[in-house]
Design a protein around this ligand. Structure first.
Ligand code: CTP
Length: 436
């Protein structure tokens, strides 16, 4: 029996898919179709897939061309499947030409002409309005939003506004055009907006990437103008967080705190495991974060991670600071039954990482925990080591941007990954540390 295998996402099943399956089936006697899992698509950066895995499998099944349907879950699976199933022909659309030649040692590789004029991407974008993302930045840094937007369908950068800050006060008026021009040249952007109002008028979503004390000012102005907002985390004061919540509700708009960590699958799994008691009762969380920017922003991120693990109830905060040649900050979070701390410093000797100690085990996140793709868990004996990993590329911001496009499409004011209430509680908590 001549077995043929083919793979795809098959989102919003269309004629191109049907024609491909029909021709693939015609190449042999038995067709195996691999449908990508949701996780695999997210890992390889294919975001905004609309149909669930079950719906996509059902669409393939309904064609009647597939004799067997399998799920494609990881990179490298194709070769393993070809050997495992004794496949004679590997067939795929011509958009992949040359990419799977390595399989020809094991089977015939056929690239089938792609049906012209139709694609899942096209269908996803059809009807869905293209969203323009404007940046407000007070530095020559775009917070990676430019590069990350390329991975999110339906989103494009409209341009930048660089406010002219005088006497520490932000205004919406004429911006720093020289700085905006340099910003556009650096990131290859089309428009340097002269005023904040011009940026708001030319954007559907505004990304506020400024010093903490100016975030609320620009976020509130953008919301009042009718723009959705993504804002660097945290806001400066609890009243500001409350004010934003009110505005979002009043205007029916979307506001997302920019905490990419909240959207990372690895972090989510870490939290699920800890909540399920995988290392017993959590006794301590320790993390370290080298920083050359704002210490408070670094601490806010640590506070987010710590409170996801230990909660916001009954938490006390204390900030310790050593300011010699190199600044070193430590924020200590105290709980009735646990303690957590985060060290932040510009010193090159501070090693990034996170350790969670439990009554029955330990978790280590080596390196940049705020961008985690990997962690190790030890329970029982020292030899009992498990590794958990998910491939992510980039700083994780694309997952946040993708969620924002979904929130806008669904008219959902707040994110599933980080609610306004949680963000607001964190701002309150951090202020406690200031008052001590
Ligand atoms: N395919 C095709 N003709 C099209 C679209 C897809 O022959 N017009 C083929 C692809 O080459 C692949 C299979 O159908 O072999 C599944 O493709 P998939 O990536 O799921 O569909 P696309 O429409 O290409 O999806 P996207 O736009 O998200 O990349």
């Amino acid at each position: 029996m001549k077995k043929v295998i083919t793979y795809g996402t098959y989102d919003l099943f269309h004629e191109g898919h049907l024609r491909l399956l029909e021709r693939a089936r015609g190449l042999g006697d038995y067709l195996i179709v691999g449908v990508t899992s949701d996780n695999f698509d997210r890992e390889r950066g294919k975001l905004n897939v609309k149909d669930s895995l079950a719906a996509r499998i059902e669409a393939v099944r309904a064609t009647g061309f597939a004799d067997e349907i399998i799920v494609e879950e990881y990179l490298g699976q194709k070769l393993s499947d070809v050997i495992r199933f004794g496949v004679s022909v590997f067939a795929i659309g011509s958009d992949w030409k040359g990419k799977f030649d390595y399989l020809s040692k094991h089977c015939e590789v056929v690239y089938l002409e792609r049906t012209k004029g139709i694609s899942s991407t096209g269908l996803r974008e059809e009807g869905a309005k293209l969203l323009r993302l404007g940046i407000v930045s007070d530095s020559q840094d775009d917070g990676d939003v430019g590069a990350e937007t390329d991975f999110v369908s339906g989103l494009e950068i409209s341009g930048v506004y660089v406010p002219a800050i005088s006497g520490g006060l932000a205004g919406l008026g004429k911006g720093d055009m020289a700085a905006a021009g340099a910003f556009c040249a650096k990131y290859d952007l089309a428009a340097a907006f002269g005023t904040a109002d011009e940026l708001f008028a030319g954007s559907d979503v505004v990304y506020i990437h400024t010093r903490r004390r100016h975030r609320f000012f620009f976020a509130a102005a953008a919301l009042r103008h009718g723009c959705h907002v993504i804002c660097d985390f945290p806001l400066n004061k609890p009243e500001e967080a409350a004010g934003i919540c009110g505005l979002v509700k009043e205007k029916g708009l979307v506001f997302a705190d920019c905490v990419p960590l909240a959207y990372l699958r690895t972090f989510q799994q870490l939290i699920w495991l800890l909540q399920g008691g995988a290392i017993g009762q959590v006794l301590s969380v320790e993390c370290a974060m080298p920083t050359h920017g704002s210490f408070r922003d670094a601490e806010a991120l640590a506070a987010f991670a710590v409170t996801r693990i230990l909660g916001t109830e009954n938490a006390g905060v204390r900030r310790l600071c050593v300011c010699t040649r190199e600044r070193y900050d430590r924020v200590v979070f105290s709980y009735p039954d646990a303690v957590a701390s985060c060290s932040a410093s510009g010193s090159k000797w501070l090693k990034p990482g996170m350790t969670v100690l439990g009554s029955d085990g330990r978790v280590n996140v080596p390196g940049a925990w705020w961008n985690m793709s990997y962690f190790k868990m030890r329970t029982g004996s020292e030899d009992d080591l498990r590794r958990y990993s998910f491939n992510i590329e980039g700083p994780g911001l694309r997952y946040l941007l993708s969620e924002v496009t979904q929130m806008i499409a669904e008219r959902r004011g707040e994110s599933i990954a980080l609610s306004h209430e949680e963000a607001q509680k964190l701002v309150y908590l951090l202020e406690q540390g200031d008052l001590l």
